[in-house]
Design a protein around this ligand. Sequence first.
Ligand code: GDP
Ligand code: ZN
Length: 336
Amino acid sequence: MQSESSFPADAQPDQLTGMIIDGSRGIYRVETDAGVFTCTIRGKLRKSFAYPESANGRHSARQVKVNQRDPVAIGNRVTIQVLSATTGVIEAVIATEAGSLTRGDPDYGATTSVAGLDRLIVVFAARDPAPHLRLLDRFIVLAEAQGLELAVCLNKCDLGEPEWLSARLAVYARLGYPVVRVSATTGAGIADLRALVSGRTAALVGPSGVGKSSVLNALEPGLAQRVGATSNASGKGRHTTTSARMVSLAGGGHLADTAGIRALAFHDLARPLDQTFREFTPYLGRCRWPNCAHLQETDCAIRQAVATGEIDRERYSSYARLRDPAAWQEDIWEEA
Ligand code: GDP
Ligand code: ZN
């Protein structure tokens, strides 16, 4: 569906719906069933109105603010007004999808984001480099806060999986996060991974060197290049791409280019942190103090569950760490 539209001029419907797949600063490409349209944004979508209330209670628009940032994100589903076989105007965002990732834009400092994600796949290697599961906990918080499904992809399984890792991953599997084991080298498990992304709007994230590019290319030849994953998947040294993008998959669905993601912003959290740890749910509201932070408080149901082993201690320690907003300032890929 990436090909340019060859729509006959006399048969154009006025309006189409589609997904913003790439673009920036006012010009976006929208993928529809009738092809890809290069679109500008309708002026009124950019403006927000301030309505100061006058003494007699009537509203009048006193200020019209033209937003600095575009009111759309890559991944948004939008309606467009068709102008020609290949051009149009974005009229409206159909739904502001919850599943989004914010990425630092190396070129102009601002952040752009991908939206409309419904699944996040966190890639680690069985060995070389050893997985860093605190990072996984951070992605889980982000996913849970937005109702985004999350799965773990363990690559390089041909190298063998250390026992400690199997034990740790079993904790996540018990929590209901699927763990797929693959080898980009041998092709093992790639079909399972394909099943996880097919028909989805997914993002694959993971530290550098885990084999993200190799896994993408095992999924579909050339996919790593299209998604923008380089051998430096964390985005370091990748200063050429100015915007996020969505890539359509041969088997249906889309993958987001997430190569520039540097930080996961704390303010993105739409739910209290303790609600993003699934295993805490049965205990929430049972602490002595209604506003319990589950850190030092006496009679804390969460801490008691940690003490009895009902809640995994490592997961709890991730929680305690992430209570500190400073933990969210760090570059996610630099975390020790
Ligand atoms: P990325 O930085 O996450 O995109 O990782 P790459 O795809 O560039 O892979 C990093 C290194 O791991 C390369 O040397 C790959 O050849 C190697 N690699 C990738 N996948 C596998 C795998 O399944 N098994 C093994 N043994 N090595 C792999
Ligand atoms: Zn508590």
